[in-house]
Design a protein around this ligand. Structure first.
Ligand code: COA
Length: 157
């Protein structure tokens, strides 16, 4: 367990901005979301990276603590993928900070509905953030059951 002091009150999510930050961002995506499923490096990226909205929480020493990405599906709808938090920093509001930043960015782009496929362990997290389950989603890599979820966006507070 690392002894960082990042608290929900201080967590703010932004896009990676330097080559080192981008490298750390994608490395975290693979380490937290793909390596545990036995997937090779490269599996953490898809065809939307160049046009998507990326957000991450960085620690005081520049380490990546939480991540998430949103890509536009059409003029009013977007999908969130690759949401994760460093296992040593979970339950401190960092996932919420990333999702809030993605939703704010989406709203500014006139997106009014976000949908996502939630792993079974993450469904409660998204419910806490105002998402609702709408049905079953494809199983991730044939291993992890997922639920389709959505949220209608309202103006940021
Ligand atoms: C899901 C995940 C991103 C949550 O990140 P986090 O930083 O720990 O979440 P937060 O601390 O911001 O939690 C926000 C709220 O959700 C709740 N919550 C978070 N994870 C939860 C879980 N697994 N079960 C129930 N509630 C949960 C928190 O208690 C908090 O509740 P609050 O409204 O009372 O404050 C993180 O657990 C993770 O990386 N999991 C592994 C990867 C993964 O499953 N990603 C999602 C892919 S769909």
């Amino acid at each position: 367990m690392t002894a960082h002091s990042t608290s929900p009150a201080s967590a703010s999510a932004r896009a990676p901005s330097t080559p080192d930050e981008w490298e750390a961002y994608f490395a975290a995506r693979w380490e937290w979301l793909r390596a545990p499923l036995g997937q090779p490096p490269g599996s953490e990226r898809d065809e939307y990276e160049d046009t998507a909205v990326h957000r991450a929480v960085f620690g005081p020493e520049g380490d990546v603590l939480a991540i998430g990405r949103l890509h536009l599906v059409d003029a009013a709808n977007a999908r969130v993928r690759y949401v994760g938090c460093d296992p040593d920093h979970r339950c401190r509001g960092l996932g919420r900070a990333v999702m809030g930043a993605l939703e704010e960015a989406a709203y500014r782009r006139n997106i009014r509905r976000i949908h996502l496929h939630a792993r079974e362990d993450a469904v409660s997290f998204y419910i806490r953030l105002g998402y609702r389950a709408t049905g079953a989603a494809p199983t991730l890599y044939g291993k992890i059951p997922q639920t389709m979820m959505e949220k209608k966006l309202t103006p940021p507070a």
